[in-house]
Design a binder for this molecule. Structure first.
Ligand code: SF4
Length: 386
């Protein structure tokens, strides 16, 4: 398989200063983190740099995006973090690293912003909405609200971006099925001045014990937030899931690279703090075979990873159309939704998303918006035809 852009989710810290009860990493059944070092060692960083260089050479990759992830990545000390970035840069030869980082924002201070500036790191902050929504799940280790501290971190990042010290900050928000999507959208955009964000569906799959009201709630949230965004008609506000869908329906070029909810996740791999390799990070909650592949950056190459059974399974998930999606007119932009939301132990990825009806409503709403604004329905139908 040709790999044009490789994204590596690097678990530099496998501990956290918050205790969000829905966190797929700590509380969804996979407990491998308990056996891993809390912080990544210098040796693993060296090994990852060499692994990336071999992957770039073998697959002719020019840019590798490295997402510093956790747990909470800012639990690493600043000198150690700077040393890590220098070490990784030292491995760039014939390719470049693009650095990104996902944080809960609580520890962001001026010193961290200097480092983000020095190493050109794009920062994403996790927040789920106003306090009443955010604090349903995102509490600290003592059960206290994290909202004010996260927003303080976000504001520091926004100020630094306004001064041109760092690029803009994005927000990542897990959908709360019982929240009003329009209110959450307006809080982020109108109250907090966020311009780039994404809404993630909760990591449920077909084996999850989850009530119908949760599924319907997620669907309602998506539609309400989409309608609020469309009503704003502000091209500066980019909600990744909606913006990319809109672009993909309008331009087949973007359809190829669309994998915001569905599509091909094989260009995303994860590296644990002990150097173990895994597929896209959220798949770890589905089955042990996605966490213990038996490969490590110290010993193995990406070439070996693409030969594994778990990898081939993902390849099938990206290309084979589940029976439940056979007659669906949205397949080209949906591809069955996020792999995590498609999975069942009995059928693997051969299912539609558990949020299928909500996704269909979202696609239909975007299509209707485009038609209202002058795109002929026949053009849309032509682009979506398989
Ligand atoms: S909308 Fe539903 S049926 Fe259609 S491709 Fe997506 S998951 Fe499959």
């Amino acid at each position: 398989m040709p790999i044009q852009d490789l994204n590596i989710v690097f678990k530099i810290s496998e501990r956290c200063n918050l205790k969000c009860d829905y966190c797929y990493f700590f509380f969804a059944g996979d407990e491998t983190w308990k056996k891993h070092p809390p912080l990544v060692s210098r040796q693993v960083i060296e090994d990852l740099g060499a692994f990336a260089a071999r992957a770039a050479r073998d697959f002719e990759i020019k840019i590798i995006t490295l997402i510093f992830h956790g747990g909470e990545p800012l639990l690493m000390s600043k000198p150690r973090f700077a040393d890590m970035c220098e070490t990784l840069r030292g491995h760039e030869s014939g390719f470049e690293f693009k650095f990104a980082l996902q944080t809960n924002g609580v520890l962001v201070d001026d010193g961290w912003i200097d480092l983000f500036d020095r190493y050109k790191i794009g920062v994403g902050v996790s927040l789920d909405g106003p306090p009443v929504v955010n604090d349903l799940h995102r509490l600290d280790l003592k059960g206290r609200s994290s909202y004010d501290r996260t927003v303080a971190g976000l504001r520091r990042l926004q100020e630094a971006a306004a001064q041109g010290r760092i690029s803009g900050t994005g927000l990542l928000s897990v959908i709360n099925p019982f929240a009003d999507g329009a209110k959450v959208y307006r809080h982020f955009v109108h109250d907090l001045g966020v311009t780039h964000l994404n809404f993630l569906t909760p990591d449920y799959n077909w084996d999850s014990v989850v009530s119908e009201s949760v599924i319907r709630g997620v669907e309602r949230f998506l539609l309400a937030s989409l309608r609020a965004w469309l009503a704003d008609k502000n091209p500066k506000i980019r909600i990744r899931v909606f913006s990319e869908l809109l672009a993909a329906i309008l331009n087949p070029h973007f359809m190829q690279s669309l994998h915001v909810y569905g599509g091909d996740y094989r260009n995303i791999i994860s590296v644990s703090s002990n150097g173990d390799l895994g597929p896209e990070d959220t798949l770890r909650i589905l089955d042990q075979r996605f966490t213990s592949m038996g490969l490590n950056v110290a010993r193995n190459d990406l070439r070996e990873m693409v030969e594994t059974e778990a990898w081939h399974e993902q390849a099938d998930a990206a290309t084979i159309r589940p029976d439940g999606c056979k007659d669906c007119g949205w397949w080209k932009i949906c591809k069955g939704g996020r792999p995590t939301n498609r999975y069942s132990k009995a059928r693997g990825f051969s299912n539609p998303s558990i949020y299928c009806s909500g996704l269909k409503n979202m696609y239909a709403e975007i299509g209707a918006f485009l038609v209202r604004n002058g795109t002929p329905l026949s053009d849309i139908a032509l682009r979506l035809a398989s």
